[in-house]
Design a protein around this ligand. Structure first.
Ligand code: GLU
Length: 428
């Protein structure tokens, strides 16, 4: 089977089964953890600007809440499927566990394309999503957040609808809110910065100086933009970034050997991370096919777009000089590709460890919202660095001790904590 059409939920279950085998988990625990505990599927009717009614399909999947309330983003995507949301909810459980925050795993989605929706139509989708789930999410049950193509404004509309239904203020319902409206300073930077905190530790362990490295990045959304910035601050050079073109909606790679300039690129980027390729060309970028980011002669690859990007079909294009893959996206590498990467000895910082900075900062936001007392940005980012660094070393130490691939070690750390919580609660 070509893994191009790989089902992410099948992939998440395969990864879990491997960890369950390593940990010798009993049958009941395996069955509990390889499926979500609850899921909701529903319709959201929207009165469109042209007067017609359009029905959007929405989901919320709650994989496991043994360690605390469910936590996870809501994606707006035209190709959203419930299996993708299931996989992502499971990865959220492992993500919260690997950074050791008291939260479980959930994920939500709506099949829609915000590119083709007015602000008013998007607001209706957000309010409709919350109306469908008002009894099933909450500050102590399941706490949503932004994800692919959703942002702070979407979160605030959802919070407003929830507070209207319940008649009281509950800012702990949702994270990723605008700063000044219950949001945490540093949340925007957190996921991308977290990727680089773990990358910095990996480089230190390998005895490589960041200022002697180059990287190629897939994506130019929130995660990629801040990963590029912090990587540059520690001395690294990004020579290629890939993303889609605003006009033809196709993916391209933008190469500049002297180093990409995220500030300049941002001036020609829309709010979904799409670039105008003709303007990029005017800025001196070489425009290459979408997949060219993967074959660059660099030390580090940072896939920071969406799932299923490094596959059996393109994994062999990875340049022989690549030493590290830091997975900013959720599930960017299929199992077939992962096997090749493992065999080649490339050091992988697996997705749910590398990109856990977002949810870790969400946890800080939840704490601040519930206390109604907000920290300075340096304090937030300092605490984030401590958490990410500790999580990286917990995984790396286990990988060294038991001679494991980093992804397997991350799974062992995360799954064992969740299995223990289920056991301690008397569920299994
Ligand atoms: N959507 C982000 C993720 O995949 C953050 C989730 C959250 O903050 O709850 O990790």
């Amino acid at each position: 089977m070509s893994d191009k059409a790989f089902n992410p939920f099948v992939m998440a279950q395969m990864q879990f089964d491997k960890a369950a085998e390593f940990l010798n988990l009993d049958e009941g625990t395996r069955e509990l953890l390889r499926n979500p505990m609850r899921e909701y599927h529903f319709s959201i009717p929207v009165h469109m600007d042209d007067g017609k009614i359009k029905i959007f399909r929405g989901f919320r999947v709650q994989h496991n809440d043994s360690r605390g309330p469910g936590k996870g983003g809501i994606r707006f995507h035209p190709q959203e499927t419930v299996d993708t949301v299931r996989a992502l909810s499971m990865w959220m459980t492992w993500k919260c566990s690997v950074v050791d925050i008291p939260l479980g795993g959930s994920k939500g989605g709506v099949i829609c394309d915000p590119h083709n929706l007015s602000a008013r139509e998007q607001e209706q989708i957000c309010r409709g999503w919350i109306r469908q789930l008002a009894r099933n999410v909450g500050p102590n049950t399941d706490v949503p957040a932004p994800d692919v193509m959703t942002n702070a404004q979407h979160m605030l509309w959802m919070l407003d609808e929830y507070e209207t239904i319940y008649g009281e203020k509950m800012p702990g319902l949702i994270t990723g809110k605008p700063v000044g409206m219950g949001g945490s300073l540093g949340r925007t930077e957190a996921t991308g910065y977290g990727v680089i905190y773990t990358l910095r530790e990996a480089l230190r362990d390998m005895g490589i100086k960041p200022d002697q490295t180059t990287a190629s990045v897939q994506g130019f959304g929130n995660v990629a933009q801040y990963a590029i910035r912090l990587y540059q601050q520690i001395g690294g050079k990004v020579t290629c970034v890939s993303c889609w073109d605003q006009n033809d909606q196709k993916s391209y790679s933008f190469k500049k050997s002297s180093g990409v300039d995220p500030n300049a690129l941002l001036t020609i980027t829309d709010r979904f991370g799409g670039i105008e390729k003709t303007k990029a060309s005017d800025m001196g970028y070489e425009i290459l096919p979408g997949e060219a980011w993967i074959e660059q002669d660099v030390d580090i690859l940072i896939p920071s777009a969406i799932e299923n990007q490094i596959t059996g079909d393109n994994v062999n294009k990875i340049h022989k000089n690549v030493k590290i893959i830091a997975e900013g996206a959720n599930g960017p590498t299929t199992p077939e590709a992962d096997k090749v990467i493992h065999e080649r000895g490339i050091f992988v910082i697996p997705d749910f460890l590398a990109n856990a900075g977002g949810v870790t900062c969400s946890y800080f936001e939840q704490v601040q919202s519930n206390m109604n007392y907000f920290w300075e940005k340096d304090e937030v980012l300092g605490k984030l660095d401590v958490k990410m660094t500790a999580a990286f070393h917990a995984v790396k130490d286990l990988a060294d001790k038991r001679k494991l691939y980093m992804r397997d070690a991350a799974y062992l750390v995360a799954v064992s904590r969740v299995a223990q919580a289920c056991k301690d609660r008397g569920w299994v």
